[in-house]
Design a protein around this ligand. Structure first.
Ligand SMILES: [Mg+2]
Length: 333
């Protein structure tokens, strides 16, 4: 990618980013920002888990409807949730920030405020990055985490009979997005409902707890929506699933919003960006979930099956195929 020359302005901009995110070197970050590349020194006896994520204006957010603090926070939260999904402890991140000149003033300060809040909350240290002038805002983040050898949880370990579990409540982020898209984001009465969309919380502590105990046979973070992410687990594990609709912890929609076609079950099944965890647990170990001290609601919503199809069973026992109708970049556009 062609990049603008390193102008005085760019140097100032990099300084502001570094100051805000207080990149600090330590035993593992031997050399941080300021050279051509960073030098990381892994601790003995850990494996590194690495992932990258792009967060783009007009694809994932809009300048007129999303506060810059949310854009900064969420760009890091999304990437970190993928580390959580593997059971890893977040350590470092690399940031590529492409911005139009109009966004290099107060907007950038506010973005960095949100990103700093996320970095502190998730335990991430900025190890390096790059900036460029671009017509729209594009944020690319690489995250690096660590896990004890062999403890990372993949999507591929689900076995027939395993219980299918989720953390938290599903559909909250999609409800928040719906409010933004319907122009209701300014209403003071809906501010609480917007938070899961603007400032989602990756479930790092819970995921590490599951991974350390070897409780989860497979795991994924709910970024695209339950119907799509469960299909990912089934595909990777070579299994099917039966989900009980009545057991899904769906978001509750306030009565005042019901006429706006927010259906709790649809939001919970197909709504993206909750960043809760979807994982499977062998039936013999299901009781151990109660010992989770993370204060988070954990719900078993169904069971892994041998036949490679995902079924949704309603409260009266009727069964239908659950099609993956969550987020897909190349279908939703
Ligand atoms: Mg993911």
């Amino acid at each position: 990618m062609a990049k603008l020359g390193r102008t005085v302005d760019e140097i100032q901009l990099v300084k502001r980013v570094v100051r805000a995110l207080s990149s600090r070197t330590g035993t593992q970050l031997r050399l941080g920002i300021g050279d051509d590349a960073a030098i990381l020194k892994p601790r003995a006896g850990v494996e590194w888990v690495v992932s990258c994520d792009g967060f783009y204006e007009k694809v994932h957010f809009n300048l007129d409807s999303h506060p810059p603090e949310s854009v900064g926070y969420k760009s890091l939260a999304r990437a970190t949730s993928d580390l959580a999904a593997m059971g890893a402890k977040p350590r470092f991140f690399l940031l590529t920030l492409a911005l139009p000149a109009a966004c290099t003033g107060v907007w950038l300060d506010r973005l960095l405020r949100g990103m700093t809040r996320a970095a502190d909350a998730f335990g991430l240290i900025l190890a390096g990055g790059d900036t460029a002038n671009h017509s729209t805002v594009a944020i690319s983040i690489t995250v690096i985490g660590e896990v004890a050898p062999g403890h990372a949880v993949t999507r591929a370990g689900a076995r027939p009979g395993d219980r299918i579990c989720v953390s938290g409540t599903l559909g909250r982020a999609e409800l928040g997005l719906g409010l933004v898209l319907r122009g209701l984001a300014k209403g003071w009465q809906w501010q609480r409902l917007l938070q899961p969309h603007l400032f989602p919380q990756p479930r790092i502590a819970l995921a590490r707890w599951l991974a350390r105990r070897g409780l989860a046979s497979s795991m994924i973070d709910l970024s695209d929506g339950l119907s799509t992410d469960l299909a990912h687990i089934c595909e990777a594990s070579g299994v099917g699933a039966c989900v009980n609709a009545g057991r899904i912890p769906a978001v509750s929609v306030p009565p005042a919003l019901r006429h706006r076609r927010f259906d709790p079950l649809t939001l919970a099944l197909h709504g993206g960006e909750d960043y809760e965890l979807l994982f499977t647990v062998p039936p013999k170990r299901e009781h151990e979930l109660r010992a989770s001290s993370k204060g988070l609601r954990l719900t078993c919503i169904g069971e892994i099956t041998k036949v490679r199809v995902v079924i949704l069973e309603d409260s009266s026992g009727r069964k239908r195929r659950l099609e993956p109708r969550g987020w897909d970049h190349f279908r939703n556009h």
